[in-house]
Design a protein around this ligand. Structure first.
Ligand code: ADP
Length: 163
């Protein structure tokens, strides 16, 4: 069974993330979407890690080979535990490239059985990030072009609470 991991913060999941999830799920037997919890940033997001997992589960429930999880481990360790050989990353612009290649090399050193595969962002979403979504939500903008409709209310509610 070919298992891949798609790691990220997903605070919150965007249509750009979902596009990568669907394309990667079509390439592997199983795709584990994993909310990586960085202990330094534990309480700095819009959503808690548990909430991010819940939103991801809601928007991926119709894709049978996708599992959503969270981890506080290093990605290389988590991949070993889950017997995954591939990490999937989305690349939006050249600016993502340098850091992503660096991470891919480090992860490969920590876990030589692990390789990284990059999927280019669909051109509709190259400008999209969770930070852009949070910024727009704070100003009450219409989010329907940016995040899955099933989670719009949750994001608007959080943004209103932080105003
Ligand atoms: P963000 O920058 O949105 O906070 P994350 O840390 O959650 O992103 O990103 C997880 C992964 O998803 C990374 O590989 C990132 O490059 C990719 N990604 C984020 N937004 C997009 C997008 N709009 N299109 C394609 N890939 C994306």
């Amino acid at each position: 069974m070919k298992t891949a991991i798609y790691p990220g913060s997903f605070d919150p999941v965007t249509l750009g993330h979902l596009n990568i999830i669907k394309r990667a799920a079509a390439c592997f037997d199983k795709l584990i979407v994993c909310v990586m919890i960085n202990s330094n940033k534990m309480n700095t997001g819009m959503f808690t890690p548990e909430e991010r997992v819940e939103l991801l589960r809601r928007v991926t429930e119709k894709i049978p080979n996708v599992e959503v999880d969270s981890s506080t481990e290093l990605l290389a360790t988590y991949a070993r535990q889950r017997r995954a050989r591939v990490v999937v990353k989305g690349l939006r612009a050249v600016s993502d490239f340098e850091q992503e290649v660096q991470m891919a090399i480090v992860n490969g050193k920590l876990n030589p059985k692990l390789d990284t595969m990059f999927l280019p962002s669909s051109e509709k979403y190259t400008y999209l990030s969770s930070s852009v979504v949070k910024e727009m939500a704070r100003y009450g903008a219409d989010l329907s072009d940016f995040i899955p409709r099933e989670i719009i209310e949750d994001v608007n509610r959080k943004a209103a609470q932080s105003r």
